[in-house]
Design a protein around this ligand. Structure first.
Ligand code: NAD
Length: 488
């Protein structure tokens, strides 16, 4: 493992080119500067990482036209050749893993201890879907005595991919790999606040040799280029990861062109701990699922429901652990919590802590800024809370855990489900009957039992209620990026 100093040196070297030359769009196989730029800053100290091209509607139109022009050629390229290109893409990502990690860490503020896996996970996304290409078109035989019926899947056409700032590299590859494997061409709109790994990815796409126009990328504001992408008539579907409110805007914007949408949105995920659980493992998982990735994670377990019989002792243990979490420079491999993405976001998190105090909760740990810089906050534990408080209802997207007690199974179900969100839930108990009952009744897209969040690429990933529409992963991704045709 590299040291802090080595990571800093690698980051300086990797970021030099972004400082020296404005980061461009990538359209029809060309790196394209559109004139206007904005200054991209690092959450570490809010200094400039360089200028980034800021597209407008005409730039987005150009990218959508390129994706439309390339669509037929990409669909008709033999599966074996598409597979080879996706594997080559994975190889190139893996070969640049350290560069990707230091760029992602510096651009997003996410600690290197987590980001060093980002490239390998991104490569894995490409390999997994590359290997599934040969089965993407498969359908079903639906026998009738008088007719032969069967289904097949065909690519839906050019798609738009819109990603957030929290873990941009991993999320971008998770969306683009299945789209390309399905035979769709892509226009990607990365988040304004952490745009660099998207630029690195299109450099890789160019090296790999995808046909021109298959993979396009436009930087700029969500309300300008993102909006145009969702409205563009050539774009058949939008895969979006971001806030629930933005999902609503996109649905409206895409209405006239009847866009198919797939939304991975916000969460206010419950972790329910019963007194019969393995409490040491539960403690580890509770800490990990809210205080890793700066709490800027859609699947973070931000509401802890703890059975009242063990509430005080569990909170006592939590306090000890929270006090030992290391906050620091995100390129330091010892750092567990780095800077939040932007001073405005930090202020939003601080405002929620103030609201919790006003509503009568106790700030048992943290609750203040940290003197390391403008974007740093102490990991925060809120106790004496209830499920009606805003800190238990609204997504904070920071290292803030709200703890609420419950007496019995029925109350735990009621509290967990009393939320507008339903992305992930975590259950800690050794009672098998209870596991079966809660698995059926908890309103969530994903339930992890006696486990933290574990990635499994064939499994469906997504949420219910305000947390999303549709599922990613394995064959579920192909259902989104492809049309099912019946032949009779
Ligand atoms: P955001 O919704 O503000 O922005 C996401 C993207 O949408 C950005 O690229 C932005 O430019 C673009 N955008 C904004 N307005 C748009 C518009 N009108 N039309 C088209 N595009 C537009 O989200 P964020 O603040 O970048 O990310 C944090 C959010 O993402 C949190 O709510 C988090 O829970 C969610 N998230 C969800 C998942 C999941 O899998 N469910 C994963 C990661 C993050």
């Amino acid at each position: 493992m590299s040291t802090f100093t080595q990571y800093q040196q690698k980051a300086t070297a990797a970021l030099k080119r972004f400082k020296d030359n404005p980061t461009t769009h990538y359209i029809a196989g060309e790196f394209y500067a559109s004139g206007n730029t904005y200054t991209n800053t690092t959450p570490i100290d809010n200094s400039s990482l360089g200028e980034v091209a800021e597209g407008d509607e005409s730039v987005m139109d150009r990218a959508c036209a390129a994706a439309a022009d390339a669509s037929r050629e990409w669909q008709e390229l033999p599966a074996a050749q598409r597979k080879k290109l996706l594997h080559r893409c994975a190889d190139h990502i893996a070969a640049r893993a350290e560069e990707i990690a230091v760029i992602e860490t510096t651009d997003s503020g996410q600690p290197i201890r987590f980001m060093k896996q980002a490239a390998l996970r991104g490569a894995e996304n490409f390999r997994f879907f590359a290997d599934k290409i040969s089965e993407a078109s498969n359908g079903h035989a639906l026998y009738q005595p008088t007719h032969t019926n069967y289904t097949m899947r065909t690519p839906i056409g050019p798609v738009g991919v819109i990603t957030p700032w929290n873990t941009p590299f991993m999320l971008t590859t998770w969306k683009i790999a299945p789209a390309l494997a399905a035979g769709c061409t892509v226009v990607h709109k990365p988040a304004e606040l952490s745009p660099l790994s998207a630029s690195l990815l299109v450099e890789i796409a160019a090296e790999v040799g995808f046909p021109d126009g298959v993979w396009n990328m436009v930087h700029g504001k969500g309300e300008v280029v993102g909006k145009r992408l969702t409205e563009h008539p050539a774009i058949k579907a939008i895969a979006f990861v971001g806030e629930s409110i933005t999902g609503s805007h996109i649905m409206r914007q895409g209405a006239d062109s009847l866009k198919r949408v797939h939304f991975e949105l916000g969460g206010k995920n419950p972790v329910i701990v019963f007194d019969d659980a393995d409490l040491q493992r539960a403690l580890d998982a509770v800490i990990f699922m809210i205080y890793s990735l700066n709490g800027q994670r859609c699947t973070s377990s931000s509401r802890l429901f703890i059975q009242n019989s063990i509430k005080d002792s569990f909170i006592g243990e939590l306090k000890k652990r929270v006090a030992h979490i290391k906050i620091g420079h995100p390129l330091d491999p010892h750092t567990e919590i780095g800077p939040l993405i932007h001073p405005d976001h930090l202020q939003k998190v601080i405002n929620y802590i103030d609201i919790a105090r006003q509503e009568g909760a106790t700030i048992a740990c943290g609750g203040t800024k940290c003197n390391l810089g403008d974007n740093y906050i102490m990991p925060t534990l809120i106790t004496d809370a209830n499920n009606k408080m805003r800190v238990a209802r609204e997504e904070i997207f920071g290292p803030v855990l709200t703890v609420i007690g419950f007496d019995d199974e029925q109350e735990s179900i009621h509290l967990a489900n009393d939320s507008e969100y339903g992305l992930a839930a975590y259950l800690w108990t050794n009672n098998t009957g209870r596991i079966m009952r809660l698995a059926r009744t908890i309103e969530t897209g994903m339930l992890w039992v006696n486990s933290e969040n574990k990635r499994n690429l064939p499994s469906p990933f997504g949420g219910v209620k305000k947390s999303g529409i549709g599922r990613d992963g394995g064959d579920y991704s192909f259902d989104f990026y492809m049309e099912t045709k019946n032949v009779c």
